[in-house]
Ligand binder design. Structure first.
Ligand SMILES: Nc1nc2c(ncn2[C@@H]2O[C@H](COP(=O)(O)OP(=O)(O)OP(=O)(O)O)[C@@H](O)[C@H]2O)c(=O)[nH]1
Ligand SMILES: [Mg+2]
Length: 297
């Protein structure tokens, strides 16, 4: 009997949701960074074995929004709560449950979807303290399972899959075998470029960046993919920072992004980047839509 199911990964920003999802499918589909609010859209990945198909949905970290983009991100996360077969709620290994997590618990109380609590980053605390963290959370909600893991090291992640398997139902293959994600290649490329801006740039600059791939074509007669992309920033003063002295910063971003894009697509890539200013685009419904942050997606 073939089983399948949809599982949403939720939690506060920066707890390791994208890291865990990428680990499950063995590929970097969702970008990751040490800065909060990295993921901005719902990202589906698919794990298919002989007996089952699990569809993971990575979501933006739930936070107090400061602009329309933030509102959209929360909406992306919260709207999947009741539509899936199980929720994986990721938290940091902290005994003191924060206000943000208490807010999530209130939302969980409104739905019937089974919730598996995943205490991530267990590599950061001594083993005996993990039990205390588990106890602190157990008092707050009737979880279906509580599993400590390290997404970064892959430790105990199989236990999370076992917990998920309990909630799969007899069902079809929703996606063809071999399909790993619903994200178009152009979107993956834009995200890899954005990941590098998160890595190299500081403070609010990377958070105000959107990346748009303008063209994506094979060079005539040559096995080289020609990619042109625009880095959109939200303030005039951010542009020289992104370019860097004599273009050094944008060069670094481009070089690192190209390496990742080549790995992903398995072909040689020529990448050209431009920088454009769109004042406060994060608060404009029009631009959010333009840059792919569509509420109805
Ligand atoms: N030490 C440790 N770090 C981890 C672990 N899992 C993830 N991280 C780190 O935590 C940071 C955030 O990881 P992400 O996967 O981007 O987190 P996220 O929850 O998707 O974040 P948002 O998309 O902003 O909501 C990165 O620097 C990861 O390397 C873990 O198990 N142990
Ligand atoms: Mg993420």
């Amino acid at each position: 009997m073939f089983k399948s199911g949809f599982v949403t990964i939720i939690g506060r920003p920066n707890v390791g949701k994208s890291t865990l999802m990428n680990h499950f499918i063995g590929k970097k589909v969702a970008i990751m960074s040490n800065k909060p609010q990295t993921t901005r859209n719902r990202i589906q990945t698919i794990l298919t074995t002989e007996k089952e198909q699990i569809i993971f949905i990575d979501t933006p970290g739930i936070h107090k929004p400061k602009h329309k983009l933030g509102e959209h991100m929360n909406q992306m996360a919260l709207s999947t709560f009741s539509e899936v077969d199980a929720l994986l709620w990721l938290v940091e290994p902290d005994q003191k449950v924060g206000a943000g997590d208490l807010f999530i618990i209130e939302k969980l109380k409104e739905i019937k979807t089974p919730v598996i609590l995943v205490i991530n980053k267990m590599d950061l605390i001594p083993k005996n303290e993990i039990l205390l963290v588990m106890d602190a959370y157990r008092k707050l909600y009737a979880f279906d399972d509580i599993v400590p893991v390290s997404a970064l090291k892959g430790e105990n992640s199989e236990a999370v899959l076992d917990a998920v398997r309990k909630h799969l139902l007899e069902g079809p293959m929703f996606f063809p075998e071999g399909m790993v994600t619903d994200q178009p290649e152009k979107q993956l490329v834009a995200e890899l470029i954005r990941e590098k801006t998160l890595f190299f740039l500081k403070e609010e600059v990377p958070h105000g960046i959107a990346v748009v791939v303008e063209s994506f074509e094979e060079r005539e007669g040559q096995p080289i993919l020609e990619i042109h992309a625009t880095i959109v920033c939200e303030k005039k003063s951010h542009k020289p920072i992104i370019l860097g002295k004599q273009g050094q910063m944008i060069k670094k971003i481009g070089t690192q992004a190209r390496k990742d894009i080549q790995n992903l697509l398995g072909t040689k890539v020529h990448l050209e980047l431009w920088v454009k200013v769109k004042d406060n685009w994060r608060d404009s419904e029009f631009h959010l839509k333009n840059y792919g942050y569509d509420q109805n997606q």
